[in-house]
Design a protein around this ligand. Structure first.
Ligand code: NGD
Length: 305
């Protein structure tokens, strides 16, 4: 009788246990080899497919939490600020905003890319309620926050979503570029952000009707600057068939010498441009309602007594 576990002829170990062990060892080794090969292949593939780092620009990167901020602003706007827009789909709006610039070179984003976003928002401003501004951002928004029937671009949903944010993507990635975005005029003539503001400003002006307003900063030597967005985009896109009058409110920083800016040469340039478009121009120096607003912030000032 052969010894248990030892084959009498081959001299090899026999029995169920050792055969199973050999099979197990073989299978284990094979699995290990295959797994190693697969792992090496995946690693190699991953190295080959790793996206190149995003392009570097001179400007700040996308604002942190961009998507959350846009979504939050959208719900705040349709829920509390202008409930008449409550049927807008904020998720789709945020997605359309993101899709306008993701996976694209930020210097090659076009107005067309923002068309789905603009279509989803679809908001109109009543006649006589449009307010433009230039170099007077804080004061004009203090004013329209109280005069709720008036709208600056930033009081519309489109402007409200984007105000003070930075954003850009990258052609080689589907992620936002949080490190840097193109700086206006330095990296390229039109970045994802500047294309947006030019488009939003143009549409805001094209849609205006009746009497429109602009708040300008009389404390500057040129309250009207032809190169500003107001001077180069908004004014030129007013529709004379829809707009009969442009009223300018020229304000001065409280406490600064208050001259009659309505007769200054830059305001005269504005008057000529507007009159040539067959639109009436009216200029108001130190508009009283806005002076009162300035006094709320500076109640002790002698001019506010
Ligand atoms: O292309 C731009 C750009 N253009 C202006 N600004 C821009 N920011 C970008 N990131 N990309 C900024 O708008 C600029 O730095 C100021 O902070 C602000 C307004 O510029 P200002 O005071 O020179 O005034 P503009 O006439 O150029 O523009 C104000 C008018 C106003 O009637 C709005 O309806 O043009 C409309 N807007 C344009 C651009 C940007 C508003 C904004 C905004 N809310 O940031």
């Amino acid at each position: 009788m052969a010894q248990r576990g030892f084959h009498p002829v081959s001299g090899e170990r026999s029995g169920r246990c050792s055969r199973n062990a050999r099979i197990g060892l073989c299978v284990g080794l094979s699995v290990a080899v295959i797994a190693t090969v697969v792992a090496v292949l995946v690693w190699h593939q991953g190295r080959l497919q790793k996206p190149p780092p995003p392009q570097k620009w001179k400007g700040r990167g996308t604002t942190s939490n961009f998507s959350h901020i846009v979504l939050g602003r959208c719900y705040t706007y349709i829920q509390f600020l202008r409930p008449e827009l409550r049927n807008r789909d904020c998720r789709k709006i945020e997605e359309a905003f993101r899709n306008a610039f993701l996976s694209k070179n930020p210097c090659q984003v076009t107005e067309q890319d923002y068309a789905p976003l603009i279509k989803l928002i679809n908001q109109t401003v009543d006649c006589n309620k449009t307010v433009f501004w230039s170099r007077s951002k804080e004061l004009v928004h203090q004013y329209t926050r109280l005069q709720k029937t008036l709208f600056t671009l930033e009081d519309t949903l489109l402007g409200y979503l984007a105000d003070d944010l930075d954003w850009c993507g990258d052609a080689g990635s589907s992620e936002m570029n949080y490190d840097s975005c193109p700086l206006r005029r330095e990296d390229c003539p039109a970045s994802a952000v500047s294309v947006f503001w030019t488009l939003a400003s143009r549409k805001f002006a094209e849609d205006a009707c009746g009497m429109v307003h602009v708040m300008l900063n009389g404390s500057l030597s040129t309250p009207f600057n032809i190169n500003s967005t107001f001077g180069s985009v908004e004014i030129l896109n007013l529709q004379p068939k829809r707009v009969h009058t442009l009223q300018a409110w020229v304000t001065h920083n409280i406490g600064e010498i208050s001259r009659d800016s309505c007769t200054s040469s830059s305001i005269n340039d504005l008057r000529s441009i507007v009159n040539n478009m067959n639109i009436t121009f009216v200029c108001q120096n130190n508009y009283r309602s806005i002076n009162f607003l300035q006094c709320v912030k500076n109640p002790e000032h002698f001019l506010c007594g």
